[in-house]
Design a protein. Sequence first.
Length: 160
Amino acid sequence: MSISVLARQLMSQEIFRGLSPLQLTEIVRQSERIVYGPGETIVEAGAAGDAAVLIVAGDAVRFLDDEPAAGLNAQAIGTGSLLSELAMLVEHEHGATVVAHTTVRALRITRTGLHAQMLDDPDLAGHFVDRITERLNRVADELRRIDHALLVTEGVPAPA
Protein backbone atom coordinates (compact mmCIF):
# COMPACT_ATOMS: atom_id res chain seq x y z
CA MET A 1 0.00 0.00 0.00
CA SER A 2 1.40 3.39 -0.93
CA ILE A 3 2.48 6.00 1.56
CA SER A 4 -0.13 8.47 0.28
CA VAL A 5 -2.96 5.95 0.81
CA LEU A 6 -1.74 5.29 4.36
CA ALA A 7 -1.39 9.04 5.02
CA ARG A 8 -5.02 9.53 3.92
CA GLN A 9 -6.11 6.81 6.34
CA LEU A 10 -4.27 8.61 9.14
CA MET A 11 -5.91 11.89 8.15
CA SER A 12 -9.33 10.31 8.74
CA GLN A 13 -8.45 9.90 12.44
CA GLU A 14 -9.39 12.83 14.68
CA ILE A 15 -6.01 12.98 16.40
CA PHE A 16 -4.19 13.42 13.07
CA ARG A 17 -6.61 15.89 11.43
CA GLY A 18 -4.97 19.21 10.67
CA LEU A 19 -1.48 17.83 10.12
CA SER A 20 0.22 18.70 6.86
CA PRO A 21 0.62 16.06 4.14
CA LEU A 22 4.37 16.16 4.79
CA GLN A 23 3.88 15.48 8.53
CA LEU A 24 1.48 12.60 7.80
CA THR A 25 3.82 11.14 5.21
CA GLU A 26 6.70 11.25 7.69
CA ILE A 27 4.60 9.50 10.35
CA VAL A 28 3.79 6.75 7.85
CA ARG A 29 7.42 6.48 6.81
CA GLN A 30 8.55 6.04 10.43
CA SER A 31 5.79 3.51 11.23
CA GLU A 32 6.01 -0.25 11.06
CA ARG A 33 3.86 -2.18 8.60
CA ILE A 34 2.69 -5.45 10.11
CA VAL A 35 0.37 -8.30 9.17
CA TYR A 36 -1.62 -10.28 11.76
CA GLY A 37 -3.07 -13.66 10.83
CA PRO A 38 -6.56 -14.75 11.91
CA GLY A 39 -6.53 -15.47 15.65
CA GLU A 40 -3.36 -13.49 16.35
CA THR A 41 -3.47 -10.99 19.22
CA ILE A 42 -2.99 -7.38 18.10
CA VAL A 43 -3.10 -5.87 21.60
CA GLU A 44 -3.57 -7.61 24.94
CA ALA A 45 -5.44 -6.26 27.96
CA GLY A 46 -3.09 -5.37 30.79
CA ALA A 47 0.01 -5.34 28.60
CA ALA A 48 2.12 -2.22 28.27
CA GLY A 49 1.57 -0.48 24.96
CA ASP A 50 4.33 1.21 22.98
CA ALA A 51 2.44 2.00 19.78
CA ALA A 52 -0.90 2.89 18.28
CA VAL A 53 -2.17 0.43 15.68
CA LEU A 54 -4.14 1.59 12.63
CA ILE A 55 -6.05 -1.23 10.98
CA VAL A 56 -5.42 -0.60 7.30
CA ALA A 57 -7.29 -3.67 6.01
CA GLY A 58 -9.09 -6.57 7.64
CA ASP A 59 -11.34 -7.20 10.60
CA ALA A 60 -10.61 -7.76 14.27
CA VAL A 61 -12.58 -8.32 17.46
CA ARG A 62 -12.20 -6.39 20.73
CA PHE A 63 -12.89 -8.35 23.91
CA LEU A 64 -13.82 -6.24 26.91
CA ASP A 65 -13.66 -9.10 29.42
CA ASP A 66 -10.76 -11.12 30.78
CA GLU A 67 -11.56 -14.25 28.77
CA PRO A 68 -11.46 -13.57 25.01
CA ALA A 69 -12.02 -17.27 24.32
CA ALA A 70 -15.46 -17.03 25.93
CA GLY A 71 -16.51 -14.45 23.33
CA LEU A 72 -18.45 -12.37 25.84
CA ASN A 73 -18.56 -8.61 25.37
CA ALA A 74 -17.01 -8.88 21.90
CA GLN A 75 -17.06 -5.88 19.57
CA ALA A 76 -16.20 -5.92 15.85
CA ILE A 77 -13.32 -3.65 14.79
CA GLY A 78 -12.84 -2.89 11.12
CA THR A 79 -10.65 -1.16 8.60
CA GLY A 80 -9.78 2.39 9.61
CA SER A 81 -9.90 1.75 13.36
CA LEU A 82 -7.12 3.23 15.49
CA LEU A 83 -6.22 1.14 18.54
CA SER A 84 -4.34 2.34 21.60
CA GLU A 85 -3.70 5.84 20.28
CA LEU A 86 -2.46 7.05 23.68
CA ALA A 87 0.31 4.43 23.59
CA MET A 88 2.01 6.30 20.73
CA LEU A 89 2.31 9.36 22.99
CA VAL A 90 2.67 8.20 26.60
CA GLU A 91 3.14 5.04 28.66
CA HIS A 92 -0.12 3.20 28.46
CA GLU A 93 -1.63 -0.13 29.48
CA HIS A 94 -4.09 -1.74 27.06
CA GLY A 95 -7.61 -1.87 28.46
CA ALA A 96 -8.92 -4.59 26.13
CA THR A 97 -7.68 -7.46 24.02
CA VAL A 98 -7.98 -7.18 20.24
CA VAL A 99 -7.60 -10.29 18.08
CA ALA A 100 -7.46 -10.47 14.28
CA HIS A 101 -10.63 -12.07 12.88
CA THR A 102 -9.35 -12.08 9.28
CA THR A 103 -5.89 -11.25 7.99
CA VAL A 104 -5.23 -7.72 9.28
CA ARG A 105 -2.78 -5.34 7.65
CA ALA A 106 -1.80 -2.64 10.10
CA LEU A 107 0.42 0.35 10.68
CA ARG A 108 2.16 0.49 14.09
CA ILE A 109 2.95 4.07 15.06
CA THR A 110 5.55 3.62 17.76
CA ARG A 111 6.08 6.01 20.64
CA THR A 112 9.83 6.00 20.01
CA GLY A 113 9.39 6.98 16.36
CA LEU A 114 6.76 9.61 17.04
CA HIS A 115 8.79 11.17 19.88
CA ALA A 116 11.79 11.43 17.55
CA GLN A 117 9.60 13.19 14.97
CA MET A 118 8.25 15.59 17.58
CA LEU A 119 11.81 16.52 18.57
CA ASP A 120 12.51 17.34 14.92
CA ASP A 121 9.14 19.05 14.39
CA PRO A 122 7.89 20.91 17.50
CA ASP A 123 4.70 21.85 15.61
CA LEU A 124 3.83 18.16 15.59
CA ALA A 125 4.10 18.03 19.39
CA GLY A 126 1.94 21.16 19.66
CA HIS A 127 -0.67 19.57 17.41
CA PHE A 128 -1.01 16.53 19.68
CA VAL A 129 -1.17 18.71 22.80
CA ASP A 130 -3.99 20.73 21.18
CA ARG A 131 -5.94 17.60 20.11
CA ILE A 132 -5.69 16.01 23.56
CA THR A 133 -6.62 19.29 25.28
CA GLU A 134 -9.70 19.60 23.05
CA ARG A 135 -10.69 16.03 23.87
CA LEU A 136 -10.24 16.56 27.62
CA ASN A 137 -12.33 19.75 27.44
CA ARG A 138 -15.13 17.82 25.69
CA VAL A 139 -15.00 15.13 28.38
CA ALA A 140 -15.12 17.78 31.14
CA ASP A 141 -18.12 19.46 29.46
CA GLU A 142 -19.92 16.13 29.19
CA LEU A 143 -19.24 15.34 32.85
CA ARG A 144 -20.64 18.74 33.84
CA ARG A 145 -23.80 18.03 31.80
CA ILE A 146 -24.16 14.61 33.46
CA ASP A 147 -23.60 16.11 36.90
CA HIS A 148 -26.21 18.79 36.22
CA ALA A 149 -28.72 16.21 34.97
CA LEU A 150 -28.19 14.07 38.07
CA LEU A 151 -28.66 17.06 40.37
CA VAL A 152 -31.89 18.04 38.60
CA THR A 153 -33.15 14.43 38.78
CA GLU A 154 -32.48 14.37 42.52
CA GLY A 155 -34.19 17.73 43.01
CA VAL A 156 -31.01 19.48 44.11
CA PRO A 157 -30.76 23.08 42.91
CA ALA A 158 -28.01 23.39 40.31
CA PRO A 159 -25.16 25.74 41.12
CA ALA A 160 -25.25 29.04 39.27
